[in-house]
Design a protein around this ligand. Structure first.
Ligand code: AMP
Ligand code: GLY
Length: 425
């Protein structure tokens, strides 16, 4: 099987790695990829803002399966074109991808499916925002309605800061802003594969969204993740499939816009039960790096089954008992405008750490053969172990061997969970 992976992050590097390890896969291609992916797969320069570019490439290489990593191509309909031309495609059409692309649409689908989520007001004026903020009270949750790479959300006790963010969101043409009730409790990311009808959950993970230790500082695309969640309540995954993901998949199918690919449910376990924080229409980054690290079942026919409507025929997934932890190494100034072009040292040394490896995100080759930083999130370093504490040791041992001037990473990924300090209500 020839597989094409679209995207250029560490999530795509993790997918490429899993596909390369699968005996059923004869060729792995990635577009555009990055300096690390290029070591494992054939990479192709491509403009992912062009919805037709993936189709052209899939034809040229004769892809048997196309896996779409990021939300950008999904929202502009890259999957529509691929599927219409007969390519097995893992990733939803544009209509179904609105589950991620519009928070207002996601709320509408959840209401129809009876899925528990935060109360919310969709506002298109500052006056409406003020009323909504005062109705919910602090902490205030203010979200850009459209795509914002995880950085469109502000959670704050400061009413003025909340209003400022709402004004910024509304300043865009035709923009709306969503004001939400604050959800307390630990967060869970649960990924579910679906062919539009059947739903197969992966193992849950937890992501660290804030830039600094102790969950301080602004939101980012994600600074680290771990799996499994030793503190998760018994039956949580089955419960989320039954009460959240299957109903949403069913509503989208009945609306005539079936969802094919991966539904990412971002959840809060609150004292009043499970609530959906957000949906994404794709694998999460960096959670994918730890979830795939634990998957034993070869991945290609599982993704193919979701893509061609035969997911019910795929055997039960098998998982490693151990734990995986990933730590993101970010450029100086990320999540602000990152400083790029720094030479990255220590990659071989980090990869030499037992039970650890480096996945590339924002990296590019330099003319002299060096690898340089080319994005806000530069690397994600994965550590494996019998439990979270052991996996943390491996991950940080490898992170400490990486050299990139000005880079930063969190030191507390999975620390509270490893110490048994997280309590599900
Ligand atoms: P989102 O882009 O919707 O995933 O939001 C990013 C992050 O903001 C989430 O992972 C949460 O940490 C936080 N967040 C979003 N919505 C809420 C909410 N209603 N209550 C508390 N925290 C939230
Ligand atoms: N880890 C968050 C995301 O992928 O959106």
């Amino acid at each position: 099987m020839k597989v094409l992976v679209l995207g250029s992050g560490a999530r795509e590097h993790a997918l490429v790695r899993a596909l390369v390890a699968d005996d059923a896969v004869s060729e792995v291609h990635a577009a555009p990829g990055n300096a690390g992916i290029a070591l494992d797969a054939a990479t192709h320069p491509i403009d992912l803002t062009d919805p037709l570019a993936p189709l052209g490439l899939a034809k040229r290489i004769g892809a048997d399966l196309v896996v779409i990593g990021p939300e950008g191509p999904l929202v502009i309909g890259a999957a529509n074109h691929l599927r219409a031309a007969g390519f097995a495609t893992f990733g939803p059409d544009a209509d179904a991808a609105r589950l991620e692309g519009s928070k207002a649409f996601a709320k509408e689908v959840m209401a129809e499916a009876g899925v528990p989520t935060a109360l919310a007001h969709v506002c298109d004026s500052v006056a409406e925002v003020e009323v909504a903020l005062d109705q919910f009270g602090a902490p205030y949750v203010v979200k850009d309605d459209g795509l914002a790479a995880g950085k469109g959300v502000v959670v704050t006790d400061d009413r003025d800061a909340a209003l400022d963010h709402a004004r910024e969101c509304l300043a865009k043409l035709g923009a709306r802003v969503v004001i939400e009730e604050f959800l307390d409790g630990p967060e869970v990311s649960l990924f579910c594969l679906t062919d539009g009808e059947s739903v197969v959950p992966l193992q849950p993970a937890q992501d660290f969204k804030r830039v600094h230790d102790g969950d301080l500082g602004p939101n980012t695309g994600g600074m680290g993740a771990y799996s499994p969640l030793p503190w998760a309540p018994e039956g949580m995954v089955e419960d989320v499939v039954a009460r959240v993901v299957q109903p949403v998949v069913d509503v989208l199918r009945h609306r005539g816009t079936p969802f094919v690919g991966l539904v990412y449910a971002g959840l809060a376990l609150t004292s009043r039960g499970i609530r959906v924080i957000e949906f994404n229409a794709r694998f999460g980054d960096p959670e994918t790096q730890v979830v795939l690290a634990r998957l034993q079942t070869p991945i290609a026919h599982v993704l193919l089954g979701a893509s061609n409507g035969t997911l019910h025929d795929v055997e039960d997934l098998r998982w490693h008992d151990g734990a995986a932890v990933t730590v993101v190494v970010a450029s100086e100034n990320y999540p602000g405008v990152p400083l790029l072009g720094g030479v990255i040292g220590g990659l071989d040394e980090a990869n030499a750490v037992e039970d650890a490896y480096v996945l590339h995100a924002g990296t590019a080759p330099a003319h002299d053969g060096a690898i340089v930083s080319a994005g806000g999130r530069v690397l994600t370093v994965v550590g494996l172990g019998a439990d979270l504490a052991a996996a943390r040791v491996r991950a940080y041992e490898a992170v400490d061997r990486i050299e990139l001037v000005g880079s930063h990473h969190r030191r507390d990924i999975a620390a509270a969970a490893a110490r048994g300090e997280i309590q599900a209500p």
